[in-house]
Design a binder for this molecule. Structure first.
Ligand SMILES: [Zn+2]
Length: 247
């Protein structure tokens, strides 16, 4: 199940940013030679290993991302299945994790975060915090979630607005603002300073090697989405610990 969901995530990572029509109907094809991939070459994990990570017809290398996403999805599904008793929650958290993963890779490559993913995340966050009792509790009161959603969006929007006015440059995208809003809805307003702070640090660290090589300068565009995703995972797993250490 995890492998199948991972395989579908790979399809979305490739198709969402470029072609929204054929997402569910189009057959899989090699992105280099455009040849259709036959079913026995399209089995998650096994086919990649069997083909040695190369297309059967043109022998071009298939991105290791396909293998990584499938493996990640399989492992996270099994872990959630062991940890949670409720099957609905297993599927729920698995989908949230996969959307994080999709945003990570899409933004990394295309510098955009599709609205479909951001809005789904906001929808799931609202379900999580307003209905029923999920295993993980992120907020004490639903107001924290609503304020989180508003603050998350406004903070990034304000940065965009001010940079546009003062320096006349586009500092960030609205996709980042919607993502921060989704995370605010999920984890409450308290998470926003943490995620912004560590997101900026992760962003800087990832750009650091190319800054030293002078391949990039301080004005080069870098995707912020992956850094925000990493920071929110850090918040989820070790947020309390880090905050108590800092304070
Ligand atoms: Zn090919």
């Amino acid at each position: 199940m995890g492998l199948i969901l991972g395989s579908f995530s790979n399809v979305l990572i490739y198709r969402l940013p470029i072609d929204k029509k054929g997402i569910l109907t189009g057959r899989s094809f090699c992105i280099f030679c455009k040849k259709k991939i036959r079913w026995f070459d399209n089995i998650p994990l096994i086919s990649f290993l069997n083909l040695n990570g190369k297309c059967r017809s043109c022998k071009k290398k298939i991105s290791p991302r396909y293998l990584f996403v499938e493996l990640f999805s399989a492992i996270s599904f099994v872990l959630l299945f062991i940890y949670l008793e409720n099957y609905f929650e297993v599927i729920f958290y698995q989908i949230v994790l996969l959307i994080f993963l999709m945003i990570f890779f899409i933004d990394l490559k295309h510098f955009i975060i599709p609205d479909e993913l951001n809005f789904t995340l906001i929808f799931l966050a609202i379900i999580h915090n307003f209905f029923s009792d999920f295993k993980f509790v992120f907020i004490e009161h639903f107001l924290q979630s609503i304020i989180g959603g508003l603050v998350g969006f406004s903070v990034i929007w304000l940065i965009i607005f001010l940079y546009d006015r003062i320096k006349n440059i586009e500092a960030m995208g609205l996709g980042d603002a919607k993502l921060m809003s989704a995370l605010g809805f999920f984890f409450g307003w308290q998470s926003i300073p943490f995620i912004l702070f560590f997101g900026s640090i992760f962003g800087l660290i990832s750009a650091f090697p190319s800054l030293i090589n002078k391949k990039k300068n301080l004005k080069t565009e870098i995707p912020f989405g992956p850094a925000i995703i990493c920071a929110s995972l850090l918040y989820f797993f070790k947020g309390e610990l880090i905050i108590s250490l800092l304070i």
